[in-house]
Design a protein around this ligand. Structure first.
Ligand SMILES: NC(=O)c1ccc[n+]([C@@H]2O[C@H](COP(=O)([O-])OP(=O)(O)OC[C@H]3O[C@@H](n4cnc5c(N)ncnc54)[C@H](OP(=O)(O)O)[C@@H]3O)[C@@H](O)[C@H]2O)c1
Length: 349
């Protein structure tokens, strides 16, 4: 097996950032995706090897990965793309990483742990902003309070979405929220809990959302009760709650189709200046009923963080630093995993 890295979905918004960073880091990745014109243009622009393949034929996907050490999947929605790539990776002995934040995707990949162990393959979904900083903070809080039974995590500063993030959000409309209770993922209404959180700049309103850590934090820490919050203005929280009432409508195909069309027309993702100027704040609290510990993190803008973090973990997996089987970022690399990204700071209250 070579030590080559293949970036699938390399020409999407996030894939492009990852590819640019990989080239700057001298990683010489293979760029790949299903649309020939887009892959070829990017390959020529950066002088990289490329592969064009869709994910419909298992044989074609496996052939494309035969000599690849690590795949980084940047093509979302990952509910559609992760299955075929994981299947192929298990067949070819290729390590699989992606930047998903989708709870069902984490759970589906986690269920393949034994297969991955047997194949000597690492399956490491969630190497972007969702879930590296929060997973890292969860592990840190569990370390500070080893008998914690309740974990709350939150973040502030995701102001602008990329097209793929917006499409994934549209796909999840009408599905409600999720939390982990007594070790089991439970369905709840969106924004079923609204609270005040101090992310480091004074108290602000935050609402519960079905973020990836509802799945991953349990694997990393064993804490059986997990809720994740996003800072939102009151008006946005009211809209989130309204979406519970309108779930039957928002979840229908015609409405989603209109919303996907609006995303295609109007969502470009944050530009270079916006990415350079923004900061993201992460907060976490662990409690055992008697005692509560709180820690915070500041990170670069979320897409900048994603590009750096994903490549850092790709390199560590390629270099043989990760255990095989299903892994979470902090489960594989410890509680300081997010601190490897330039500009990340963690503080304890
Ligand atoms: N975890 C995190 O922190 C984080 C950060 C950033 C993004 N994301 C997620 O990453 C995903 C991509 O976001 P983005 O804004 O970069 O998206 P984007 O600009 O819309 O690009 C999507 C990419 O995925 C490819 N793709 C989509 N469906 C596919 C399929 N069925 N088979 C093969 N390729 C497929 C597209 O290829 P074509 O153009 O050929 O269709 C394109 O390359 C989203 O799900 C987003 O939520 C997560």
């Amino acid at each position: 097996m070579s030590n080559r890295i293949l970036i699938y979905g390399s020409y999407g918004y996030t894939g492009r950032l990852v590819t640019e960073q990989a080239v700057a880091d001298g990683l010489d990745p293979i760029v790949a995706g299903r649309t020939a014109a887009k892959v070829e243009r990017q390959a020529v622009e950066y002088g990289l090897d490329h592969r064009v393949f869709s994910l419909t034929s298992p044989q074609v996907v496996a052939e494309a990965l035969e000599d690849v050490s690590v795949v980084l999947n940047c093509a979302g929605p990952f509910a559609e793309t992760s299955g075929p790539l994981v299947d192929a990776c298990l067949e070819t002995g290729t390590h699989y990483l992606d930047i998903t934040g989708e709870i069902e995707v984490f759970e589906t990949i986690a269920a393949r742990d034994e297969e991955a162990e047997n194949a000597g393959v690492t399956l490491l979904p969630g190497v972007g902003f969702d879930v590296v900083p929060t997973d890292s903070l969860a592990a840190h809080l569990a370390d500070r309070l080893p008998d914690a039974t309740h974990l709350s995590l939150g973040f502030q500063g995701l102001d602008e979405m990329s097209p793929g993030t917006a499409h994934t959000a549209v796909d999840s409309l009408g599905e409600g929220g999720s939390v982990r209770r007594d070790g089991t993922i439970r369905q709840v209404p969106v924004a079923h809990d609204v609270r005040t959180i101090d992310f480091g700049d004074g108290p602000t309103t935050a609402a519960a959302i079905p973020w990836g850590d509802v799945s991953t934090a349990y694997y990393t820490t064993g804490i059986p009760n997990v809720t994740v919050y996003i800072a939102q203005p009151e008006r946005a929280v009211q809209f989130m709650r309204l979406s519970n009432e309108l779930g039957w409508l928002l979840g229908t195909r015609p409405v989603k189709s209109v919303l996907h069309g609006l995303v295609d027309r109007f969502v470009d993702g944050p530009d270079k200046t916006a990415r350079a100027e923004a900061t993201t704040y992460v907060w976490g609290s662990a409690s055992n009923g008697d005692e509560t510990v709180v820690s915070r993190m500041r990170t670069p803008e979320s897409y900048e963080f994603t590009a750096q973090s994903a490549l850092h973990l790709v390199e560590r997996v390629r270099d043989g630093d990760a255990p095989t089987g299903f892994q979470t970022p902090a489960g594989a690399f410890g509680k300081d995993v997010a601190l490897a990204v330039d500009g990340v700071e963690r503080t304890d209250e």
